[in-house]
Design a binder for this molecule. Structure first.
Ligand code: GCW
Length: 613
């Protein structure tokens, strides 16, 4: 038996799904209810197509009835099981997901590698083709459905050549893969390359060229006839050396709309990423400010996109840094369908070695943005072929909670994490509380040692794990901290790069004044001397020292709490091993960043702790 089969996911999913039968969500729902309750609770599923993905659980003849659309009954079954397993009240009234598209974006390459993957190789690609265990794909579908995720984009947004064949020679395999996920209400999405027509002999990929339009129309017809419920195409264009409409002097609206029209007849969504900036910046050029890029490009296009285009915007203006303000595009665009993009893969947040539970961050994003500002939600996958699915067994909490937030963006972070802990380990109450406590603290600890005061990019170039304060300082990516002996940070106020003016009031004024700007974004928006006096009376440099000592101490505290948990084998071993690495990492962050600033400014720590010269 393969190792993954013995690993626990968050529901009682240890039992294997039968390989035959169970071809519809309704059949799956009945199976799950029977498997979990084994007759202890009487349940009946009633199809009501009008409810779509929604469901309602009511009492009926001494048992429970789940009424819902085809996928709704399955979601209802999982909601019922979750409530019973957690000892919580059943959801009352009709339950419906807030966002119709609840997407996972996998950055899996056809050669089996995963860009920014920290959980092993791809679960479904190897050697340039689909290669997987059907049982594992079904288990994956089950995990996604159990938290309401309904779209899986299977290939990397950086579409390397072999992945283009998912649309032609490999289309039958793509269709077969899609059919494995269909009983779970999970639809496939494909990342496409804007210049794909040229690989097939066309002289151009200009979106206004008749031949190009015809090529995409024909491709869409073929693809949707093989996979009628394909959710759509995902496109990274004119970004980090990817081709796009700019190559042909066309706008992003012209590029996106051309593709959107090709797939509109089939109900497909064209998801267009807004992660576009100059990645060949000269570090000497202080007039270009990367966080401005997406707003500058897309705001003038607000209203120009077709109805089935979704502009997918990373939650911050940079790139999934530990602390960024909300992207001003998410607040500014009013006439464009938007999706917010999170990154479950912990590229900048500890590589699924260090603990970093994301729900508190998502809560902040939704509270600031308002859930109705976006129409869809996406997250970069943290899954891989490791037996435990997510590298660190606790990183699964992020996938689980993401599903809950995509279903209901009013979700409570602590409750979501507690549910995950409980459903995964069934520990005694005080231990569940301790594990939840560790997770709830994890983001704060990581931020304290890796990105205090909104200082981004002090990471090892390329790999992005571990400290290197000047690693990105002289690079072309627009990623600078500009520390010198007097000051640190970038002035993004009106007198600086003007980035702050992309925010509506009252945020604009709040951020623009260093005395009102939240501490955790202070050096994101301001360039300040080390002697700057913070709201609590400490100097800026003292605060930098303090936070690094604090973050490291918080990691040590988490390590102590972890050692008191009676986790099953091998989760305990995996979590402990990773915690040792986290502790080493936290110490490196503390000592390297503190030494870095100490060497510049020469100001001693007023608590007399060890900082190196
Ligand atoms: O954060 C950067 C990553 C790239 C990634 C890119 C993106 C898929 O370092 O690996 O490419 O973002 O989001 O497109």
């Amino acid at each position: 038996m393969d190792g993954w089969m013995e690993r626990r996911a968050w529901l009682p999913m240890l039992n294997q799904l039968p390989q035959e039968g169970l071809e519809t969500p309704l059949a799956m729902a009945k199976y799950e209810l029977e498997a979990y309750f084994a007759g202890r609770e009487k349940t009946v599923c009633r199809l009501d197509a009008a409810l779509g993905e929604g469901f309602e659980i009511t009492e009926e003849n001494g048992g429970l009835s789940i009424r819902g659309g085809e996928t709704g009954v399955l979601y209802g079954a999982y909601a019922l099981i979750r409530a019973r397993a957690c000892g919580e009240d059943l959801p009352r009234g009709v339950q419906k997901p807030y966002y119709p598209l609840r997407m996972i974006n996998s950055w899996d390459n056809m050669d089996g590698s995963v860009e920014r993957g920290y959980s092993g190789r791809s679960i479904w690609f190897e050697g340039g083709r689909f290669a997987y265990e059907p049982a594992r794909i079904r288990q994956l579908g089950r995990m996604l459905a159990s938290v309401g995720i309904n779209v899986l984009c299977v290939n990397n947004v950086n579409v390397h050549q072999p992945a283009q064949h998912l649309l032609d020679t490999l289309l039958p395999d793509t269709a077969r893969f899609a059919s494995l996920l269909r009983p779970f209400g999970v639809r496939l999405m494909l990342s496409i390359d804007f210049s794909q027509p040229m690989q097939q002999g066309l002289p151009t990929a200009d979106p206004l060229d008749e031949g190009v339009r015809a090529w995409w129309a024909d491709t869409a017809r073929r693809v949707w006839s093989a996979i009628p419920d394909l959710a759509g195409f995902l496109v990274k264009a004119d970004s980090e050396h990817r081709p796009g409409p700019n190559t042909y002097g066309r706008s992003h609206a012209e590029g996106a709309n051309m593709l959107a029209r090709a797939i509109a007849p089939y109900g497909g969504a064209l998801v267009w990423r807004a992660f576009v900036y100059n990645c060949m910046q000269d570090w000497r050029d202080q007039t270009t400010d990367r966080p401005r890029a997406a707003y500058d490009l897309y705001m003038p296009l607000d209203g120009a996109f077709d109805g089935n285009v979704i502009l997918q915007v990373k939650h911050g203006p940079y790139d999934f840094q530990v602390r960024e303000p909300l992207s001003p595009l998410l607040l500014g665009m009013k006439k464009t369908n938007l999706a917010i993009e999170f990154q479950l893969a912990q590229e900048y947040t500890g590589h699924q070695i260090d603990l970093y539970a994301m729900p508190p961050m998502w809560r902040e994003c939704f509270d600031q943005m308002g859930k109705e500002r976006v129409r869809a939600i996406a997250a970069v996958s943290n899954l891989g072929r490791d037996d435990n699915w997510t590298g660190h067994p606790f990183a699964a909490a992020n996938l689980f909670a993401y599903g809950l937030f995509a279903w209901n963006p009013d979700a409570d972070p602590e409750k979501a994490l507690r549910q995950w802990a409980k459903l995964t380990y069934s520990l005694p109450e005080n231990q569940t509380a301790a594990l939840t406590g560790i997770l709830m603290k994890s983001q704060e600890a990581y931020e304290n040692y890796a990105a205090t005061l909104g200082l981004c990019w002090m990471v090892t170039p390329g790999d992005h794990y571990g400290p290197n304060p000047y690693g990105y300082e002289f690079q072309a990516w627009g990623t600078y901290i500009r520390a010198d002996r007097n000051a640190v940070g970038i002035d993004r106020t009106g007198g600086g790069t003007g980035y702050v003016n992309q925010y509506p009031e009252p945020l604009r004024s709040l951020y623009a004044d260093a005395h009102t700007c939240p501490d955790n974004l202070l050096l994101f928006f301001h360039r300040l001397p080390y002697s700057f006096v913070m709201k609590d009376g400490r100097t800026l440099i003292q605060r930098i020292y303090d936070d690094h000592f604090l973050g490291c101490a918080q990691a040590e505290e988490m390590a102590r709490a972890l050692s008191g948990l009676e986790l099953p084998f091998p989760d305990r071993k995996e979590a402990e091993e990773r915690m040792q690495k986290q502790l080493a990492n936290a110490r490196e962050w503390r000592d390297i960043v503190n030494t870095f600033f100490h060497r510049f400014c020469g100001i001693a720590d007023d608590k007399g702790r060890k900082i190196y010269d």
